[in-house]
Design a protein around this ligand. Structure first.
Ligand code: AVI
Length: 327
């Protein structure tokens, strides 16, 4: 980290670019081929994700927003707990749209807390540093840019207060089940007795509802997936013919795995990072998982990571869960 801070922005860009190149090459050299969904989010990807959240079929954002707007007082009460001062740490804060409802309520109640948004994107943290003091006057704010667990460690060094971690939006769903379990176990290691987590998790439901959310009629999710090929073309001097790949989402109600793939529509070759990759017609690239859980499975995940699930908040349709897990 110290070493990195001595690098110029240009050198840091090169490092990031080399990592991106290495990850893409590893994924396309593998059998079966895959790309990492974390690379969806360049500027165009961020905009497409905003569009997905506005698509009528994409229910998770609205469900969680309903919980945050309709059950704000109960959520606030659960995290205020014994009333001791705390740090409210949000992993992957984004535009903090949902949490703003909770923050406003906590401020109105004159709660003693500091909001600590953590995001890998410096742009996000700069944006929150500029906008939140205006929308929420009096908010104590300490934004941190970096990897989640590095920054959780940093947050523990800065303050010894009780910690409440927000991990919203079913971001946990973008990990395969075993990684999600590992993530929760790692998060527990960074917390102490009395700390808690408020985690948003998308639940199993009618398979058609889930599949439609990842296969919107307007084609935005398809564009979102294909945008990663465009990003590779721009940033890694790639020559993907994007029109020769097709978005293919699927949902398996048995496992709860919703996965998306890009299917090659022809035998073709693609150059990037000075390498050639061969695609057979109908060959797929595995792009993303959005895992869905039952409430029981989420309780089991909490317990095996060393948390006690103490509160469950559902939207009115019962499609989405915001759970409070205590250490
Ligand atoms: C960010 N994440 C929780 C979204 C999801 O639902 O898995 C990403 C997404 N991918 C396609 N649509 C939305």
């Amino acid at each position: 980290k110290n070493f990195e801070s001595t690098l110029t922005p240009q050198m840091q860009d090169n490092n990031t670019n080399q990592q991106f190149c290495a990850d893409v090459m590893a994924g396309l050299a593998a059998t079966p081929k895959y790309l990492e969904a974390k690379y969806f989010y360049d500027a165009a990807g961020d905009e497409l994700f905003q569009e997905i959240m506005n698509a009528p079929e994409y229910y998770p954002t609205n469900c969680e927003l309903e919980i945050f707007t309709q059950q704000t007082a109960a959520l606030a009460q659960a995290i205020i707990a014994d009333g001791s001062p705390f740090d409210l740490i949000e992993l992957g804060a984004g535009d903090a749209m949902k949490s703003t409802h909770l923050l406003r309520h906590l401020l109105d109640k004159q709660t003693d807390f500091t909001y600590v948004p953590i995001d890998i994107s410096g742009h996000v943290i700069n944006y929150l540093n500029e906008t939140l003091p205006q929308t929420l006057p009096g908010l104590q704010l300490e934004g941190l840019t970096g990897e989640y667990f590095d920054m959780l460690k940093r947050a523990a060094q800065i303050s010894t207060r009780r910690k409440v971690v927000l991990f919203l939006g079913s971001n946990i769903g973008n990990m395969p089940v075993s990684d999600a379990q590992g993530f929760c176990t790692e998060m527990r290691k960074h917390l102490s007795e009395g700390d808690s987590v408020l985690i948003g998790i998308d639940l199993k439901k009618n398979p058609k509802t889930i599949l439609a959310a990842y296969n919107d009629a307007g084609g935005v999710t398809s564009q979102f997936n294909l945008n990663l090929l465009t990003r590779i073309n721009h940033e890694l001097q790639g020559n993907f013919n994007v029109s020769q790949f097709e978005h293919y989402p699927m949902y398996d109600p048995e496992t709860g795995a919703c996965k998306s793939y890009l299917i090659s529509l022809a035998d073709q070759q693609v150059q990037l990072c000075d390498e050639t990759f061969v695609f057979k017609k109908d060959e797929y690239i595995y792009m993303e998982i959005s895992q869905k859980y039952t409430v029981t499975q989420t309780n089991e995940m909490a317990a095996s990571a060393g948390f006690k699930p103490v509160n469950h908040f559902f939207d009115s349709k019962g499609w989405f869960l915001d759970a409070i897990w205590m250490v």
